[in-house]
Design a protein around this ligand. Structure first.
Ligand code: PAF
Length: 297
């Protein structure tokens, strides 16, 4: 496995692979890797001739400086894990290598057809512009055949799909396929996240109520619909939404920022459980955790 820190070196390595007729899978990450990332890398290694993993804590997607400063970083450990997983290249640039000073300080504006106006987008203004800024640059540099993202950041995945399939950038990235991979959970149910590293043992225990409540809500959804079938009822959806919020908020140390039950494609509030996903953000002490649950596919 080769660790690369400049764009030029990366482009040369990728060009050599392309010239040899090899397919390329890209896994963009911000490091602090865990089993969730490992599942993406394993899949990229299995489905492509060459697997490139980027490890870059992207400053332009943080609207909270403290969050950026506290984001866990451990490139040595990440590189060891990636090597064991069979990745071929790790791209770990500095912010200065990735962006010009102007790019670092300009807010990029992309059109996401409203997908960025809800949930995370509403709470973290500019966040998805920063994500798309870095992801589109990585796509441009690596020219991958497939790129892998976790479903834990469901809104991010929807926005990246939109960028590749439907936005003004559609077609820019050739036949690139975006692959969404399921959430990986601890045996306890807690969704794996780099932010879990910032939880104390006690907070980690407290945080279990989040996934537990989401799983319970699948039953509540069945109960809340008159005939036991997941069908249309605005009232049923609202009822389940509120019950999830109340149940999590009743746990000392947890505070729900939002729980929205939305359509999996439009991300707009829905009055049916069909094709619906519930997305939650919860503060566990100072740590902001996200999770989601699909009511039906
Ligand atoms: O999901 C993440 O870790 C980041 O948002 C991503 C996609 C690597 C872009 O910085």
């Amino acid at each position: 496995m080769q660790i690369i820190s400049t764009k030029k070196e990366l482009q040369a390595a990728v060009a050599a692979c392309k010239n040899a007729g090899k397919t390329i899978g890209l896994v963009p990450t911000m490091g602090a890797l865990h089993a969730g990332h490992a599942s993406l890398v394993k899949r990229a290694v299995a489905e492509n001739d060459v697997c490139v993993v980027s490890v870059f804590v992207n400053p332009t997607q943080f609207n909270n400086k403290e969050d950026l400063a506290k984001y866990p970083r451990n490139i040595q450990r990440d590189a060891e894990l990636l090597s064991n997983l069979g990745a071929h290249f790790v791209f770990a640039p500095t912010p200065e290598e990735m962006y010009s000073a102007e790019e670092m300080n300009t807010t990029f504006q992309f059109d996401f057809a409203g997908l960025d106006q809800v949930m995370e987008g509403k709470m973290r203004p500019g966040h998805f512009n920063g994500v798309v800024q870095v992801v589109s640059r990585l796509f441009y540099l690596v020219q991958p055949d497939k790129a892998y993202f976790g479903e834990k950041d469901f809104q991010q995945l929807a926005i990246i799909r939109h960028m590749v399939e439907r936005s003004s950038m559609a077609g820019t990235f050739g036949d690139l396929k975006i692959i969404g991979c399921p959430i990986v959970r601890e045996e306890s149910g807690l969704a794996l996240s780099s932010r879990n590293e910032r939880l104390s043992a006690e907070e980690k225990e407290t945080a279990l109520a989040i996934s537990k409540t989401l799983f319970e809500s699948l039953e509540w959804a069945k109960e809340a619909t008159a005939d036991g079938v997941l069908n249309n009822s605005a009232e049923a959806v609202k009822k389940v939404q509120q019950r999830v919020i109340d149940t999590i908020n009743a746990v000392e140390g947890l505070e729900v920022e939002y729980y929205e039950i939305v359509d999996q494609t439009t991300l707009l509030p829905t009055d049916t459980f069909n094709h619906a996903i519930g997305c939650v953000t919860v503060y566990c002490g100072p740590v902001r955790l996200i999770d989601n649950i699909k009511y039906t596919n």
